[in-house]
Design a protein around this ligand. Structure first.
Ligand code: CIR
Length: 261
């Protein structure tokens, strides 16, 4: 994780008010979402990432959630094919930005795959089965990973949008898990810390290259638990993006130049 020095992000469109949501709630506030997004990007820059920003596309209400559009694996970038048809057109500009540095491959029908379902922990990729990612998509990912010596472990996800809605990598061997949300046997060998029940489904986290751990400001019990577990927690307020089912991982694609040692 630490070798990644570049963050690709994407702006918040005015059409964010129509972002997909699993449950209805108060109207989404675009200005607040933009301010919070900007603040989270500033934390990335402060942590030492070179930030590249792709302009928002008004045709795609969810385009700020850039993680779902592409998956970087070694020197390859996978153009995803979301289970949400309305999001499939987000991929093009993201791949255009990455194609100079990475070999491009894509997920083909009937496969579906969202970046939010993929956790990259070095020699192993954990991939969630959800409404956004199916077994065909995972088999295509396995075919890409096999020649690279990367194992792909499939994880059944219960009642959540993405794998990373309920399993969040905190470092190379630790994950933050929402209790009873995944088949934990699939996570064997990883150190698990649990999201406090009082903030169930509320928290998100993203490890930064400077050693800090970005954590949702709205989940103080999770932040306190992670501090006690030894993490250098950096709270960030992304409440408006959480209201559209986003998290902290989904606001960027973090990568390094595959040709540098
Ligand atoms: C969606 O439903 O696709 C968006 N409203 C939220 C996507 C969040 N993506 C992520 O956490 N990787």
């Amino acid at each position: 994780m630490g070798a990644y020095d570049t963050a690709l992000v994407r702006g918040v469109p005015a059409s964010f008010t129509d972002a997909l949501r699993r449950q209805s709630g108060p109207a989404l506030d675009v200005d607040r979402a933009r301010r919070q997004h900007r603040a989270s990007v500033e934390v990335l820059a402060d942590a030492g990432y070179e930030v590249h920003e792709i302009a928002a596309d008004e045709g795609y209400s969810d385009c700020v959630f850039i993680e779902d559009a592409a998956i970087v694996i070694g020197s390859t970038v996978v153009a995803t094919r979301s289970g949400a048809e309305s999001r499939r057109g987000e991929v093009g500009p993201v791949i255009d930005e990455l194609s100079a540095m990475f070999t491009v491959t894509s997920v083909d029908p009937p496969g579906i795959l969202d970046g939010g379902d993929v956790i990259d922990l070095g020699p192993t990729l954990y991939v969630g089965i959800t409404d956004r990612t199916n077994t065909d998509g995972i088999e295509q990912l396995m075919a890409i990973c096999a020649p690279l010596g990367i194992d792909v472990v499939t994880v059944e996800v219960h009642d959540a949008l993405h794998l990373k809605s309920v399993v969040l990598p905190l470092d190379d061997e630790t994950v933050l898990v929402t209790p009873r949300s995944v088949d934990e046997e699939a996570l064997e060998g990883l150190r698990i810390v649990y999201e406090p029940e009082v903030e169930r489904h509320g928290s998100s986290a993203l490890p930064l290259r400077d050693g800090r751990l970005m954590v949702t400001e709205s989940t103080p019990a999770t932040a306190a638990m992670l501090t006690a577990a030894g993490f250098a927690v950096q709270p960030v307020d992304v409440s408006e993006l959480l209201a559209a089912d986003g998290g902290l991982t989904c606001l960027s694609i973090l990568f390094g130049d595959p040709s540098s040692p």
